[in-house]
Design a protein around this ligand. Structure first.
Ligand code: CAA
Length: 297
């Protein structure tokens, strides 16, 4: 199938107004697609649009976008709390809600009822089985993993994950769509954590074990990985960016689905999640944050 096939995809529904859903909505709108961002919480939608407006206005200040192009981009994004209505006229839906299997299964079943039969259903799940998610659809051939990386507008990678039932057409359309929105699609098989998180999360977990065992302090661990390994940010700062709750969810999936204790989440990670110290989004994780992106302490 040629990339032209994706020109049929003009109306996109993004479900979940968290950091990933908002970033994904931005990426599609920047590529000229009409996007409906859906969330059950109206205040979540308001916060998403406010954060998007502020990120984009910084782009104007820096001279990277014009005020007109920002206005046009934002004009292509509408919000809704009504999934059925939003999905009704969409060609493509991608869910980026909490990493809970029951919630995602329910959502895929709802999308299955609301979308037209040709529309594709993608999941941005970071570790759950696409084969299992696809089974919630009466037409599982149209279900696929399209896994973006945080921050979605900046990271070029999209893991394209086929479930057992995913059709060639669905995989081809999503691969072409990823290219059309400026991303690099990489095909990955349906295994826990796929490739990216299977490799990344054990590293982050090990950094947390090293911290709690007193091998080195927080700054030292992050500096070691930045200066010695050339990582753009250290693993503890990256954990804060991803969200410590998300890191724990992924490690629990790896631990459970592989049945291997090498993936057991560090107790300190569990404690921090229990404390509500979820990272940058809550102002506190391994670091403290104010309104900006960078740690203040
Ligand atoms: N839209 C458009 N542009 C944006 C933007 C947005 N939403 N946010 C920031 N930018 C622009 C900034 O304006 C900036 O532009 P200039 O260079 O012209 O100033 C540019 O992007 C870079 O922004 P920063 O100055 O904040 O960038 P940085 O150099 O400090 O890099 C980073 C930030 C890209 C996050 C970098 O530190 C990095 O790559 N970190 C690692 C991120 C990573 O590993 N992500 C994957 C996490 S794993 C995951 O996501 C999978 C999962 O399922 C959990």
């Amino acid at each position: 199938m040629s990339d032209a096939a994706t020109t049929n995809i003009e109306r996109v529904v993004v479900i979940g107004a968290g950091a990933m859903g908002t970033g994904i909505a931005q990426v599609f709108a920047a590529a000229g697609k009409r996007v409906t961002l859906v969330d059950v919480r109206p205040e979540g939608l308001e916060a998403a649009i406010a954060s998007l407006s502020s990120v984009l206005s910084r782009q104007v200040t820096k001279g990277k976008m014009t005020a007109e192009s920002v206005e046009a981009l934002l004009g292509r994004i509408t919000t809704s709390t009504d999934l059925s209505e939003a999905a009704n006229s969409a060609d493509f839906a991608i869910e980026a809600v909490f990493e809970r299997l029951d919630i995602k299964l329910d959502l895929i079943a709802q999308l299955d009822r609301a979308l037209s039969v040709e529309a594709i259903i993608a999941s941005n799940t970071s570790s759950l089985s696409i084969t299992r998610l696809a089974a919630a659809s009466t037409n599982p051939e149209r279900v696929i993993g399209m896994h973006f990386f945080n921050p979605a507008p900046l990271m070029p990678l999209v893991e394209v994950v086929r479930g057992l039932q995913t059709s060639d057409r669905t995989a081809e359309v999503v691969t072409a769509l990823a290219k059309a929105i400026g991303k690099t699609p990489i095909p990955v098989n349906d295994a826990p954590g796929f490739a990216g998180n299977r490799i990344l999360l054990p590293m982050i977990n090990e950094a947390i074990f090293a911290l709690s065992e007193g091998v080195a302090d927080r700054n030292a661990i992050d500096q070691v990985m930045k200066l010695g390994m050339g990582h753009p940010m250290g693993p503890l700062q990256l954990a804060d960016l991803i969200g410590l709750d998300v890191c724990l969810d992924i490690l629990e999936v790896l631990h459970r689905d592989f049945g291997d204790d090498r993936y057991r989440p560090a107790p300190l990670l569990r404690q921090m999640v229990s404390a509500g110290w979820l990272g940058k989004k809550r102002g506190r994780g391994f670091y403290h944050y104010d309104a900006g992106d960078l740690p203040v302490e």
